[in-house]
Design a protein around this ligand. Structure first.
Ligand code: F6P
Length: 326
């Protein structure tokens, strides 16, 4: 096994609260084991452009509580092409980096997997995304903060919905995952949730509005943003207004507010544990895996399995949402 002396560290894809706590954990653990860390700015874009710099213990002081990522992030189209990965590999060699830690989501790990296979550079991934859409971990770093941001926002929307006797369609993030939608739907007592990718469409909502309790004063429907034709809160709002013109309906898109803010205790602790695990895994010889936590135990899952998330939502959870909001 080649000895690892210098770990390259980067964040990539959408930022997530807790990424800074993970960066801090990686650096402090590496230094504890006498390994150097080279920061790479703006993910794979920075790798291709040679945006590398040495990181020391003090470079991560006072960042644990900050949202975003001090390493900055990007979605790199160049890295999806073999020439882009070749250019990145040349920079890795130039800066004497001999292993990588990638903090990001499924796109980041697809790139990491290709890079590891093509050039044999050991890479360990940390799940950093608000979407919670990776197999191999119960929670991703950033998800807990995002869902707490959502429930705070929806509680506020409920105040105005109740005052005006309105129906609010609230769109939450999760491009191809309903994980934010179902959990916040349950936690806010939403009257409906719509998750297009899991085939939970508008029909159920229509049925409820037609046959459900008529004297409800306010109604909240949480919609996962999705990508399909029927998806998107504005489109759903349009259909609801057409079919139920007597309801006073409004649409609210929560958007990027869900990605920012100070990480919750859960996200900080998750980031600390996984940051330590990632460095120690590299030193033990792991090379193409994501670190995650399942049933409170650190586990490693090969990248190709980690990116195959399952969008099916447990029907019992949906039953609970419906039953409790009657
Ligand atoms: O993957 C995280 C995420 O926030 C998704 O939930 C969302 O669909 C996407 O990123 C938005 O990306 P961008 O900020 O690039 O528009």
């Amino acid at each position: 096994m080649a000895q690892i002396k210098n770990i390259g560290l980067f964040t990539s894809g959408g930022d997530a609260p807790g990424m800074n706590a993970a960066i801090r954990a990686v650096i402090r653990t590496a230094l504890f084991h006498d390994v150097e860390v080279t920061g790479i700015r703006r993910g794979y874009e920075g790798m291709i452009n040679g945006d590398f710099f040495p990181m020391g213990r003090r470079s991560v002081s006072n960042i644990m509580q900050r949202g975003g990522t001090i390493l900055k992030t990007a979605r790199s189209a160049q890295f999806r092409r073999p020439e882009g990965r070749q250019a990145a590999y040349e920079q890795i060699k130039k800066f004497n980096v001999d292993a990588l830690i990638a903090i990001g989501g499924d796109g980041t790990f697809r790139g990491a997997n290709a890079f590891n296979e093509e050039f044999g550079i050991p890479v360990i991934g940390l799940p950093g995304t608000i979407d919670n859409d990776l197999a191999g971990t119960d929670f991703t770093i950033g998800y807990d903060t995002a869902i707490n941001t959502v429930i705070n926002a929806v509680d506020k929307i409920r105040d105005t919905a109740e005052s005006h006797d309105r129906l609010f369609i609230v769109e939450v993030m999760g491009r191809d995952s309903g994980m934010i939608a179902w959990r916040t739907g349950m936690a806010t007592g939403a009257e409906g949730i719509i998750i297009p990718d899991a085939n939970i469409g508008v029909d159920k909502l229509f049925d409820r509005l037609e046959n459900g309790r008529k004297n409800k004063t306010s109604r909240i429907v949480i919609v996962a943003e999705g990508e399909g034709e029927e998806s998107g809160a504005f489109e759903i709002g349009r259909q609801v207004k057409e079919k139920f013109p007597h309801l006073d309906t409004r649409v609210s898109i929560l958007g990027h507010i869900q990605r920012g803010g100070s990480p919750t205790c859960m996200d900080r602790v998750l980031a600390c544990r996984l940051g330590v695990a990632a460095v120690e895994a590299l030193l033990e010889g792991y090379k193409g895996d994501m670190a995650g936590i399942i049933n409170n135990q650190v586990v490693f899952t090969p990248f190709e399995q980690a990116i195959k998330h399952n969008s099916e939502i447990n029907p019992n959870l949906l039953r609970i949402v419906e039953m409790l909001s009657l």
